[in-house]
Design a protein around this ligand. Sequence first.
Ligand SMILES: *Cc1c(COP(=O)(O)O)cnc(C)c1O
Length: 423
Amino acid sequence: METTGFFGNWGGSYIPEILNQTFNQLKNEYTKAKSDPDFWQEYIDLMSTYSCRPTPLTYAENLTNHFGGAKIFIKREDLNHTGAHKANNVMGQGLLVKRMGKKRVIAETGAGQHGMATATMAAKFGFECTIYMGEVDVERQRPNVFWMEKMGATVIPVQDGSRILKDAINEAFRDWVSNIDTTHYVLGTACGPAPFPEMVSWFQSIIGIEAASQILIQHGKPPARVFACVGGGSNAMGIFQGFMNDSTVELVGVEAGGKGIRSGRHASRLCGNDASPGVAQGYKTMFLQNDDGQMLETHSVAAGLDYVGVSPILSDLWDKKRVRFESATDKEVMEALDLTMKMEGIIPALESTHGFVQAFKEASQLSPDDAIIINQSGRGDKDIFTIAHAFNDPSWKEFIIALGSEYKKQSRKCSLEREQDTR
Ligand SMILES: *Cc1c(COP(=O)(O)O)cnc(C)c1O
């Protein structure tokens, strides 16, 4: 990777001057860590004792027989602490923060997954932690907000703009500018100004390093194709790096097709025709924006893929045709999820399931001598409300309604008890 922060035409570091010093400190610390084998060993030790590394590579025998082509392997990032690959990034950044001697971390979060991961890291390292979250998302993601607060984080609902992820990002930057000496901003994906895209990808490369040696042991040769969903691009960059230099391995990134890539209701930047080059949020990439450079509304059934930009490293790999980009619709995702649960007893996150959709479309074109790997970036338990709604499960509806009235009963009882206590 390049050291200028540019990847071909993409990337850079378009930041306010006031942040220069902090970014230089971060770049220096990251560069030092990268050339220090002790740092990587400390990272591996942490991830194998606090998270579940190495995560297994699971042979999906039933799905393989069902499609009758390539052997399907699943890289199990869902088995990480807090249920997704996000742990790899936040824990790595936590170690860097410790080295920089800072005591406070901030982060933005949309669906709450990155906020959760950051809050666990802050608790573990003893950092003060503030999470910015759009007010709309705070309401939608109550359980995550509850746990973040229980782990000691302060969650600040952002009331600006449309009160979602992009507004939370702006607010987090504002905080950082006012508290640069004490605070590190834990960016959640392989986007943003340099060194974040490269640094986050480096931490996530642990996925690809493990998968590359696991597939040799379990299959005897490299895979024909590797599939990963692409939101900001960090889990995809993570697994792709294990196979980047082997031109016989085809790399496939799958974006959110939402209601279809011609519907205007999706989050496909590199697949389809709706994105164009732009500079926003500190970096240059393909953004879903209008002719005036205003960001468009995006849609996906998977909150983690619902983002206007994409890793500048992936934009470059798209330019160079090293990675092929496809998209999966919400409907296709539900079908692939249903099949995976029934055949393998595995519940992939809605985000991850996008990779499964494309792998299922291609498996039968390949021979049984070939293997394909799907990166299962996270587990689907968190998606129970969305999934149950999509499957239109009648007993679940009853449960939610009953839960509502039970909750009202409980809170009435609690406030009564509290009144009695204070008397
Ligand atoms: C956040 C998230 C994603 C999207 O982020 P990337 O940076 O594109 O990996 C994908 N899958 C899961 C499970 C997530 O939580």
